[in-house]
Design a protein. Structure first.
Ligand SMILES: NC(=O)c1ccc[n+]([C@@H]2O[C@H](COP(=O)([O-])OP(=O)(O)OC[C@H]3O[C@@H](n4cnc5c(N)ncnc54)[C@H](O)[C@@H]3O)[C@@H](O)[C@H]2O)c1
Length: 255
């Protein structure tokens, strides 16, 4: 059976958690060209090895990248296109967690750090990805429907939809990701995740436990459950989904 993913995937934050699970999922679902971006080189090696375990035919390009630095992002896209000729399925998952401080306790430096990675970094990556996609021909689809020149999936957060007094800088950075995505609807979609069990949240489960308990499913989600939504949004099966914020939160916002 032919893959839903005949093109090139590019994932930021690919060294850990949701980005890592997404990269491995692309390989498992038949994508044969994958670009891994993260500032953590050791984690990139781990992801490359995990991909090798699920697919011996997958070509992987790890690129050490700081998503908050324009030159580093430009280098990422240049290396990806230099190696594979195009990019088709981008997932921007690189991010940092809230500092667990309210606004009065947050310094301007801390605000800039969180927003520089989560918001500006996501914008820098999606801008560079979309620029490349606009130069490409559309790729064929699994069932012959009209193809697209690419898809961009930005990982926001449930905290971009609702507030948390101990995370205003983080909430703002993720609301900005959702709004940014709506601003480039032809290519981008956003899953908004609630508490997902990853290296980012594991050390803070005592703080996050009350948030988990509010949601009807009363458990943390898995990185795989977010990756599954990313793969749907990136695929030609989501051809009529544009600029949406898909909430992946165990029912938190309906409670
Ligand atoms: N885990 C959750 O509960 C949860 C919930 C909602 C949203 N999110 C979002 O999902 C995304 C992934 O989070 P995760 O839980 O997998 O966390 P994680 O810490 O496991 O992974 C994040 C990755 O981003 C990388 N990164 C951070 N800053 C970077 C930079 N400047 N340049 C390049 N790479 C950088 C890290 O090295 C790490 O590998 C983040 O954007 C996060 O805000 C996570």
């Amino acid at each position: 059976m032919s893959s839903l993913y005949p093109g090139v995937a590019l994932i930021t934050g690919a060294a850990s958690g949701i980005g890592q699970a997404t990269a491995i999922s692309f390989a498992r679902e038949g994508c044969r060209k994958i670009v891994l971006a993260d500032r953590n080189e050791q984690g990139l090696d781990e992801t490359r090895e995990a991909i090798r375990q699920v697919s011996s035919e997958c070509h992987v390009l790890p690129v050490k990248t700081d998503v908050s630095a324009p030159d580093s992002v430009d280098n990422l896209i240049a290396q990806a296109v230099g190696r594979f000729g195009r990019i088709d399925y981008c997932c921007n998952a690189a991010g940092v967690l809230s500092n667990n401080q309210n606004s009065t306790a947050t310094s301007p430096e801390e605000f800039d750090r969180i927003n520089g990675i989560n918001y500006r970094g996501c914008w820098l990556c999606s801008r560079a990805e979309i620029r490349q996609m606009l130069e490409q021909e559309a790729l064929g689809t699994h069932d012959g429907r009209a193809g697209s020149r690419g898809s961009v999936v930005n990982i926001a957060s449930q905290l971009g939809v609702v507030g948390r007094s101990a995370a205003p800088a983080y909430c703002g950075s993720k609301a900005a990701v959702i709004s940014l995505t709506r601003g480039c609807p032809r290519l981008a979609d956003t899953p908004s995740a609630k508490v997902i069990d990853t290296p980012m949240t594991r050390p803070n489960m005592d703080v996050l436990g009350s948030a988990i308990a509010i949601a009807p499913m009363n458990r943390a989600g898995t990185a795989q459950e977010v990756a599954d939504c990313v793969l749907f949004l990136a695929s030609s099966k989501a051809s009529f989904v544009q600029g949406s914020a898909l909430v992946v939160d165990g029912g938190y916002v309906i409670n």
